[in-house]
Design a binder for this molecule. Structure first.
Ligand code: HEM
Length: 476
């Protein structure tokens, strides 16, 4: 994989297939032996039933290696992770999503305004990857949707409104791109030889990016505190929790302690964790919808109906009532899970009850190959087919437990899954209500995943044509 012969999904599938007939096997990540789980029951045992032996991620960046990254919940271990998870979870409930729905919808409307302007020949120069071809607007979806995703996180996690479509070179967008521009070798280096990387003074995330985000969050907190500003966003929720813990004298002091860096690290992590993965999920959804016109038209019928009933002002409840929309997104996340694999580390002696049993010691690592599990014909017949009907009311109960895991599984499951789904649904509703997605000459079909990196990026880009729909007809 490091030499670019195999893409990340291909690598996972190759190991998975080599281990056919076994519940688990072993691989080396450089000098480190890793257990590669294959069997869904074992995956469940490790991540759910015996979670107390495997509470932590294997590949983590420690606080002393990078404070901003190391204090983020993804990297926290044991009790510290547990405490932080209980602080953050209330910020991601359905009720909280409902309060943020309006902020995200604004970004959806902003995107449609931008595309409408482009249709009217107001394509900003040297900005986004948008072209005109006959009656179609041809867009590179990754570029377009990364900007949408950026604006969504900016408004809902950092409390600032930016328009990365109209102002493509805004500092927040540029810094965000740099923050999420994972250099594979630097990441591998930090996960295998962290001390060496520090000695060589190679930063995981460039200093100027860290300073930018730190100053931004700090200033927002100071301004809100000073001027009594309240806004229904994640930063507000974190600030409230922070305050209530400090004031809670029933809680032991050690648990109450949470400094500015703790708070800044979480907001930063939401950005890094949510920006690329959600944009990737949205790109694959749009690509598949465009490639299958019959799926597109069925989805548009559902969307138009809900739009008509709500007079064009969709609500959180309305979006969540759309079954076919949910099925299309679920199938996209099955076929193209943005996070190909996840990991765990053993924290106390444990015997894996498998064939053969395996004694594990603290520090032993495990990989769970999400992509390969989703592609196994024993879990999903005809796995390469894009078929949303797998998730209809009749069929979804037949999906074997622990075989559909795009957001992970167990107490450490993705904390932002509700948010990611809401953001993706809002995008698809607005986009498909106003436009038809059309395959053009530059649309890759079938898609080929790039050979370098852990992120699911496709060769040639997600080019897709957009055809304006007749609005008055859609609302009839
Ligand atoms: C389609 C989009 C997304 C996908 C596919 C995804 C997937 C994942 C996966 C597979 C994990 C590891 C879970 C495990 O180890 O069991 C994870 C963890 C995490 N995700 Fe997401 N994610 C997405 C969007 C988001 C968003 C929008 C946010 C924040 C707003 C977010 C925040 C996090 C955090 C903080 C963790 C670490 C949780 C912990 O360690 O307790 N993710 N995500």
């Amino acid at each position: 994989m490091m030499s670019g012969k195999l893409s990340y999904p291909e690598f996972l599938t190759w190991v998975y297939n080599e281990l056919k007939g076994h519940q688990y096997g072993g691989v080396f990540c450089f000098n480190r032996p890793i257990i590669f789980l294959r069997d869904p029951d074992l995956i469940k045992t490790i991540t759910v039933k015996d979670f107390e032996y495997f509470t932590d991620h294997l590949t983590i960046i420690k606080e002393e290696e990078d404070v901003l990254w190391g204090k983020g919940i993804f990297n926290l271990q044991g009790q510290r992770w547990k405490d932080m998870r209980s602080i953050l979870s209330p910020a991601f409930t359905s009720t909280k999503m409902k309060t943020m729905f309006h902020l995200v919808s604004q970004c959806g409307k902003q995107l449609i305004d931008f595309l409408d302007n482009c249709c009217n020949n107001h394509i900003p120069e040297k900005t986004c990857k948008v072209e005109k071809e006959g009656g179609l607007l041809v867009v590179e979806l990754k570029d377009l949707l990364t900007r949408y995703s950026n604006d969504v996180i900016a408004t809902s996690a950092f409390g600032i409104g930016v328009d990365s479509l109209k102002k493509p070179s805004n500092e927040f967008y540029l810094m965000g791109k740099e923050a999420t521009n994972f250099r594979l070798y630097v990441w591998m280096g930090y996960s295998v030889f962290p001390k060496l990387m520090q000695m060589l003074n190679i930063d995981l995330i460039p200093k100027k990016v860290k300073n930018f985000f730190r100053a931004l969050i700090k200033n927002t907190m100071v301004t809100r505190e000073r001027d009594g500003i309240e806004r229904p966003d994640l930063i507000q929720m974190l600030m409230q929790t922070y305050k209530s813990r400090i004031q809670d004298d029933k809680m032991p002091l050690s648990k109450r302690k949470m400094d500015d860096d703790d708070l800044i690290a979480q907001a930063f992590l939401f950005f890094v964790a949510g920006f690329e993965s959600t944009a990737t999920a949205m790109c694959f959804s749009c690509h598949q919808i465009g490639v299958y016109p019959e799926i597109e038209s069925k989805l548009q019928q559902e969307i138009d109906k809900v739009m008509r009933e709500s007079g064009g002002n969709i609500t959180y409840e309305a979006i969540n009532s759309m079954k076919y929309l949910d099925m299309v997104i679920s199938e996209t996340l099955r076929l193209f899970p943005p996070t190909g694999a996840m990991d765990r580390v053993c924290i106390k002696p444990y015997t894996l009850q498998a064939d053969p049993p395996l004694d594990m010691k603290p520090g032993d690592g495990l990989w769970i190959p999400i992509y390969a599990v989703h592609q196994d014909p024993e879990n999903f017949p005809d796995p390469e087919k894009f078929d949303p009907e797998r998730f209809n009311d009749e069929n979804k109960h037949n999906i074997k437990p622990s075989t559909y895991i795009p957001f992970g599984i167990g107490p450490r499951i993705c904390i932002g899954s509700r948010f990611a789904l809401m953001e993706t649904k809002i995008l698809l509703v607005y986009l498909l209500h106003h436009f038809n997605l059309k395959v053009v000459s530059k649309t890759p079909n079938p898609v080929k995943i790039k050979k370098h990196g852990f992120i699911m990026v496709i060769e040639g880009g997600f080019w897709m044509g957009l055809e304006k729909r007749n609005q008055s007809r859609n609302m009839l």
